[in-house]
Design a binder for this molecule. Structure first.
Ligand SMILES: C[C@H](NC(=O)[C@@H](N)CCCCN)C(=O)O
Length: 447
């Protein structure tokens, strides 16, 4: 791969890290906009009379749109290049955020979420392609880890907005306008990346081409190995559990556990906060020791009891949670521990799972492999909020009937159990003759 680059004419490391910063800022905005809906769930209900089912639809609309665009997103990125694609998709996200904030009508908000799905997921794909282009043969995994950390900071900031922007939470609309402003950061960062890459191109530096990263190759998609499909299956159930749980978490902590919005936001932010710190560290660790499928199985095992723990365990004493500059509040110890554990799993599994595909699939099919994996992920992730919204409505979940949340917690647990089965099957396969080296390949073994 390095042969693609002319070593004498490569851009400086400073330029590379500047590109990482700009692309990561674009991702920061992307993740913030998506997560900004969670802290206003109760306001959408009280101010606008939305049901849980409608709110479930708002999230699922994002995924349905993403599924559709993923079929052509790779082509758009390849055809127009990453700098134009990132800027274009960031602008789509900005328009989506504005549309979502503009009117109290459910249909308009739904259109905003659809537009967000059309912009946000291809932006993530384009960002991955950019990192591959700029960091291949260099610090690629580390760059991915840092990129994911900054993205998660976007998610955490949306949760923290319940504290640092608490005056906005007197109505459903102002927090969504704040998200629109953050989308402006994404567009600005994308333009800065465009300018940087233009300068590099004018300076006759060579970047090499990224692989076509996420173009869906229908013909070859069914010929991947069993290990690949176990990873895809784990990816589907893992994200179909964690992302919807996160989407409903702030409201759930408020309604079922009586927390203030600030405390619920802080508690929910434990998930991305843990991931910000731990994701690159887990990546470095796994690179050193291998044992990737074992790590995935261990993560799935830790996740299994967590939703039942928040449901059935006594809340325990109130403890102070929070961060300097963001704020502090009180939350039950049990919830705090569960969120930290979930944060650990949310760091471990993505840090191991996505790079593992690169060991299983040949480089020239990596784009199709990631596209297919993301495509399947979106379908699972689209379906679950609908089911959870349906269960919460059916069992009349709310502050006066907190048992109404139990069915959805069991539903998450069943998904987590499936994740454990798939990761265990992967571990079995990778310890046998069908192994791809997930357990054995380490940075040392590749020297
Ligand atoms: C790396 C992975 N990203 C995804 O799964 C994206 N397809 C969706 C992210 C949506 C967050 N707004 C991750 O974040 O773990």
């Amino acid at each position: 791969m390095n042969s693609q680059y002319s070593q004498t004419s490569r851009p400086s490391p400073l330029t590379r890290w500047a590109v990482l910063l700009f692309v990561s800022m674009a991702m920061f905005g992307n993740y913030y906009i998506f997560d900004a809906l969670s802290p206003v769930v109760d306001l959408l209900q009280s101010d606008l009379g939305f049901t849980y089912k409608q709110i479930g639809w708002l999230w699922s609309a994002y995924n349905v749109a993403a599924v559709c665009i993923l079929l052509v997103g790779g082509y758009i990125i390849d055809r127009f290049g990453t700098k134009k694609a990132i800027t274009f998709f960031a602008a789509v996200c900005l328009a989506a955020a504005a549309l979502r904030a503009a009117t109290p009508h459910f249909e308009v908000m739904l259109a905003g979420q659809i537009l967000l799905g059309l912009g946000a997921e291809p932006l993530i794909v384009a960002a991955t392609a950019t990192l591959a282009k700029w960091f291949r043969g260099k610090e690629l995994s580390f760059a991915f880890g840092l990129n994911l950390s900054i993205s998660r900071l976007g998610s955490a900031s949306a949760d923290w907005s319940t504290s640092f922007a608490s005056p906005l939470y007197t109505n459903w609309q102002d927090p969504l306008w704040l998200a629109t402003a953050v989308a402006g950061i994404s567009v600005t960062a994308a333009i800065l990346y465009w300018i940087t890459e233009n300068r590099v191109e004018r300076g006759n530096y060579q970047l090499g081409e990224a692989d076509a990263p996420d173009k869906l190759d229908v013909k070859s998609m069914f010929s991947f190995s069993a290990s690949y499909w176990y990873i895809v299956a784990l990816c589907v159930v893992f994200y179909a559990t964690v992302f919807p749980f996160r989407s409903f978490a702030i409201d759930y902590f408020q309604q079922a556990h009586g927390l203030t919005r600030e405390a619920a936001g802080l508690l929910s932010s434990m998930l991305p906060v843990a991931a910000i710190v731990a994701t690159p560290l887990f990546g470095l660790w796994v690179d050193r020791v291998g044992k990737r499928s074992l790590f995935m199985a261990a993560g799935s095992l830790v996740m299994l009891p967590l939703f039942l723990m928040v449901t059935y365990l006594p809340p325990g004493p109130m403890v102070t949670i929070g961060l300097p500059f963001i704020g502090f509040d009180q939350a039950p110890l049990t919830l705090f521990i569960v969120m930290l554990m979930l944060g650990g799993v949310f760091s471990l599994i993505p840090a191991v799972m996505w790079p593992s595909v690169a060991y299983i699939v040949s480089e020239k099919r990596l784009g199709s492999a990631y596209a297919l994996m993301t495509f399947c992920q979106q379908i699972g992730w689209a379906a679950v909020p609908l089911v959870v919204g349906f269960l919460n409505d059916k069992y009349l979940a709310g502050p006066s009937n907190i048992d109404g949340y139990i069915p959805s917690m069991w539903f998450y647990t069943c998904l987590a159990a499936l994740g454990l089965v798939f990761s265990f099957k992967l571990w079995q396969t990778e310890r046998g003759p069908g192994s791809h080296g997930l357990e054995t390949i380490t940075t040392k073994s590749q020297l």
